[in-house]
Design a protein around this ligand. Structure first.
Ligand SMILES: [Zn+2]
Length: 275
């Protein structure tokens, strides 16, 4: 089917929906210049010192790295915080927020992104679950408690770009040991989670959802794809916004929009206003 006809059909689904879940992943943030790090060459090009040492994203994004490669581990996150600070949520985020505010009886955003862009774009705080955490919150590396706290400072650490080593790390206010991002990292049994967001999502998902909007997920991290399937099994149609058609292999929806996140939401919003 032509993309224009599909946009019309999807706009009608959005128009008719009352309870909607948005499942957003890396492809949503990519239009705001947030690197995904799934592409090894893209990752290396941002971090030449890591390439020389053969340090991959998985090596640095782990509790192990924060204990054994602390200057590099914090440098990786400090760089990402600065990058997210220097860029901003694109129009697609604002459109989702407007729809939530004006169109639906209820809606929820379940995101695997850690850039905090949904909250930064102004989505309601009780309508988002950042399932992998957020780079704008910290927790104790030694988990002296399950507490986490907001930390929006940019810069947060000192960062030497030549060596890609950080220094002057943030510390835990309780035990004074080093703090770490409140993010679910690789091999991470120590992420303290976000009980409030989990409770809010659980309450939302406990009632029927009549539309799923899946955005920019990748086969490498199919968390949101399997969640979409659960809602689809309960009868909800799913719109899948993804430039890569192979990203539709798990949900297999007929409403696949092969577009970038930003342009998809702009086109859907324009079609909605014409309905
Ligand atoms: Zn502590």
């Amino acid at each position: 089917m032509e993309t224009d006809a599909l946009i019309q059909q999807c706009a009608q689904l959005i128009h008719d929906a009352r309870r909607v879940v948005f499942l957003t992943s890396a492809g949503m943030s990519a239009d705001s210049n947030i690197p995904t790090f799934r592409d090894k060459e893209g990752y290396w090009s941002n971090f030449p010192p890591f390439k020389e040492k053969g340090l991959e994203a998985q090596d640095l994004a782990s509790p192990w790295a924060f204990r054994n490669e602390l200057p590099h581990a914090w440098a990786f996150y400090e760089w990402r915080r600065r990058n997210a600070h220097d860029n901003k949520p694109h129009a697609g985020y604002t459109i989702i927020n407007q729809w939530i505010d004006e169109r639906f009886d209820d809606a929820f955003i379940h995101t695997t992104n850690t850039d905090g862009y949904h909250l930064r774009s102004g989505c309601p705080v009780d309508k988002v679950k950042e399932v992998h955490g957020s780079m704008w919150r910290l927790q104790c590396l030694n988990v002296c408690s399950y507490a986490y706290w907001q930390e929006d400072s940019v810069p947060l650490c000192d960062l030497d770009h030549d060596t890609m080593k950080a220094s002057n790390y943030p510390t835990c206010p309780r035990c004074r040991s080093v703090a770490r991002p409140h993010i679910l990292m690789f091999g991470d049994g120590e992420y303290t989670g976000h009980p409030e967001q989990e409770t809010n999502f659980h309450a939302f998902a406990g009632e029927p959802v009549d539309l799923v909007v899946l955005v920019g997920s990748s086969g490498a991290v199919p968390t949101n794809d399997y969640l979409a399937l659960e809602f689809m099994r309960q009868g909800a149609p799913a719109i899948n916004i993804n430039l890569d058609p192979s990203a539709n292999s798990i949900v297999g929806t007929e409403y696949l929009l092969p577009l970038k996140g930003k342009e998809a939401f702009e086109q859907l919003d324009a079609a909605l206003q014409a309905l």
